[in-house]
Ligand binder design. Sequence first.
Ligand code: NAD
Length: 476
Amino acid sequence: MNKQNNCISPAKGKLAVLLPGMGAVTSTFIAGVELCKKGAGLPIGSLTQMQTIRLGKRYERRAPLIKDFIPLASLNDLVFGGWDLFPDSAYEAALKAGVLDKWQLEPVRAELAAIKPLPAVFDPAYIKNLKATHAKKGKTKWDLAQQVIADIETFKKKTGAERAIMLWCGSTEILPEPAPAHETLEAFEEGLRNNAPEIPPSMIYAYAAISLGLAYGNGAPNLSADVPALVELAEKTGAPICGKDFKTGQTLMKTTVAPMLKARMLALKGWYSTNILGNRDGEVLDDPGSFKTKEKSKMSVLDSILDPKLYPDLYGKYHHKVRIDYYPPRGDAKEGWDNIDIAGWLGMPMQIKINFLCRDSILAAPIVLDLALLLDLSKRAGLKGIQEWLSFYFKSPQCREDLTPEHDIFIQHLKLKNTLRILMGEEVLDHSGLDYYEPEKGLASSAPAPRPAKAAKIAKNGGKAGKQLASSFRLP
Ligand SMILES: NC(=O)c1ccc[n+]([C@@H]2O[C@H](COP(=O)([O-])OP(=O)(O)OC[C@H]3O[C@@H](n4cnc5c(N)ncnc54)[C@H](O)[C@@H]3O)[C@@H](O)[C@H]2O)c1
């Protein structure tokens, strides 16, 4: 068992949550946190706030809330800041996004109106459909990075925040051409000084945060920190990083249904996915360059879960199509359709249809909250570089170059919870159940289960006594 909980420094003082991009997702997230703080809403969808974590054996009945189990920053200690291409306050951005109604925003109007974005780092080559009115000026990309670094330091001073994390919630950029500037830190810094065209704004923000040792996450499919140069920087400064692209609507469905098909060895013939959405994100994705970035992120999921090389008969030749259509009347209330052609016993065809009427930013906001808190936890636990255990939250999880990303939502969920158990010095769960019936066949590290009568006594005694008894059953 890994006793790492002593190494997590306490979540003392304020945590600055810095968000490049203050549009629909960001304003919905901040409004939600402020409403929850006033007891005017529930943080539904947030694991850190609402989910429990099972510890030890099932009969011990130990299942604290995650937020009571690990030392996380409290919602009351969060302070919000960010950058945007437009000067709208978080209140104005929330009204324009139209995710929450005006009456819902009213109780937190003052808090939202006080949050004004700083001028953004912008490059029209990377986002075609928006024209910035609130952008920084700088001769070189190096100068712009230094301005972002200064913004972060000033924000911390002004708010008295002890710690800070940065999470990209800006629009989807066109993918840059692969370039030497992405490969090493030295070449990247050289590229910043020489205005290398292959360094988009999201990489400049990531560079600024990581060079200060701040944890950095990326909610869009942009490359951002997913290049060797910035991974190298993160290792050097001790910054945890993760990405890419929040897993919300259709991909959430895909990574839930596909593992079921594979678990039951049902064949896939085709998967046709289409979406309509009408928010600013949809407008940006209407540009073929930005759509290509999103498409890449959405397409990689099935191959990785189904592993066609291992199962050529079942998954060797399926047809996969993803479409996103910008349709303004829908605003943030996206609609997704999936038609899934599958085959069963002797190849007999069957179909699954999913029609998901979701609200994009409502699904994304709790992810932003969890990532802010867990990135801060990672930093305080001394974790650095790529945080693959946070894959659960992403469509296109960043992982080591020689590994394939894990897309299966159930494995991702287990990974996340087991990491929390390890960080807190708790046993990693085996889940085989063998130790309840044939103790000698359970994991060597787990305690053999007592017989039912004794287990009932443990359960009756409650969590603490159960923990003591359970530890007396532990194998050497
Ligand atoms: N459920 C979801 O909404 C969801 C899911 C997965 C990923 N995402 C991604 O999250 C991001 C945000 O989504 P959204 O719905 O809030 O979009 P949005 O268009 O409402 O907000 C994005 C904001 O980013 C700003 N921006 C663009 N470039 C910037 C820059 N260089 N610096 C600072 N600000 C910049 C824009 O002005 C805009 O206000 C998008 O990339 C989207 O693809 C969203």
